[in-house]
Design a protein around this ligand. Structure first.
Ligand code: NCD
Length: 354
């Protein structure tokens, strides 16, 4: 496998995902066969932001394949609180571990970490940008419960601007055939422009709508998301949009009998509790599939040889204007640029460089 880090699902070739999924599926069916697959390997778990599922499922995944885990779930207990840079923390931690799992509130932080790490880095969520291992959980759920991903009509509903799980899922779906996306959000929480450019570039079918009920009968998958309160710069914008979509049992009456109702969790109020007993509600299974998907990924990455990343150009000031980009705080990062739809974009957070 060519993969060294998992930062953005878009960078993962389809064949590599297929191999990861094949093993994931085999782990689900024969977990005992994988008990020692990471024996002697150590995972560093760096959570600079709150997490329940991602943190716990990574930890249990590593334990279930025979490895061990160290790390933190609160950066206040580390030298970050003394002003240590991400670069220094990663350089040091990658000296202790065989694989680094990191969640960080800054967009592009995982990419930044990968520049300095001697071992593979896994993005467990970088601000409102990407969350590729949630996508592994999502694709596993769809494939196991629906038989495949090609040809699906997928409704993505809620905070599509700040929801990193949505961005990663769209990137992943570009690798499958004939996907139709119904992007359901208030206008001010629509997908970022770089995602729209990505979908157009990849010839993906999508419509942007504000109402959930009207598209409900079309959907094979309904992916609900939380309004991401912590990402709002303007608290009034959050107040205007909170509680805007609530999936109830009665709304599901117009839905297909084999619909999959998914949610990365945590849920706030966007799915009524009485939906939980509907057989179409699969979000708790989805969370469990996430652990198996992470087992498959850790087996791949924790067993790779250590490799020094080499010298990295030292930046002076950020070229990216996204206030949430890691380059805004960590000025030593190199001014990396990539193309998206022919436009120059920040290689850390994907924002267009204007
Ligand atoms: C998501 C996240 O952290 O982005 N949760 C998760 O990892 N399962 C979704 C969310 O917080 O809304």
């Amino acid at each position: 496998m060519g993969m060294r880090h998992l930062i953005d699902f878009g960078d993962l070739p389809r064949a590599e995902w297929d191999a990861l999924y094949k093993r994931c599926s085999d782990i689900i069916d024969h977990p005992a066969d994988y008990m020692d697959a990471c024996k002697g390997k150590v995972m560093a778990s760096l959570f600079y932001e709150p997490s329940t599922r991602t943190n716990f499922s990574f930890q249990t995944a590593m334990l279930r394949v025979g490895g061990s885990v160290f790390g933190f779930a609160d950066p206040k207990s580390t030298s970050t609180a003394k002003g240590e840079t991400l670069k220094d923390t990663i350089k040091m931690v990658s000296g202790y571990a065989d694989v680094v799992v990191m969640r960080n509130p800054r967009e592009g932080a995982a990419k930044a970490a990968s520049l300095y790490s001697d071992v593979p880095v896994i993005n467990a969520g970088d601000g409102g940008h990407m969350h590729p291992t949630q996508t592994m959980a999502d694709l596993t759920t769809i494939t196991r419960l629906h038989g495949g991903v090609d040809g699906l009509s997928v409704g993505l509903c809620g905070d599509l601007k700040n929801g990193r799980t949505v961005h990663s899922l769209i990137k992943a779906m570009a690798k499958f055939k004939d996907i139709k996306f119904y992007l359901i959000s208030p206008r001010e929480l629509a997908v970022p422009e770089y995602m729209r450019t990505f979908m157009r570039e990849n010839g993906m079918w999508f419509v942007e709508v504000t109402g959930l009920e009207t598209v409900m009968p079309q959907l094979d998958v309904l992916y609900m998301t939380r309004i991401q309160r912590e990402r709002f710069v303007d608290p009034l914008e959050y107040e205007r949009n909170k509680g805007i979509y609530v999936l109830t049992r009665s709304k599901l009456e117009r839905a297909r009998k084999d619909l999959l109702v998914m949610h990365p969790l945590p849920r706030v109020d966007e799915i009524a509790i009485d939906v939980d007993d509907d057989p179409r509600a699969v979000y708790f299974e989805q969370a469990r599939y996430g652990m198996f998907a992470r087992m498959s990924l850790l087996i791949e990455l924790a067993n790779q040889p250590r490799m020094s990343p080499g010298a990295v150009e030292i930046g002076t000031q950020p070229v990216c204007h996204n206030p949430n980009c890691i380059t805004q705080t960590d000025h030593y990062l190199p001014p990396l640029v990539k193309k998206n739809g022919g436009v120059d974009c920040c290689a850390f957070c994907d924002a267009q460089l204007v």
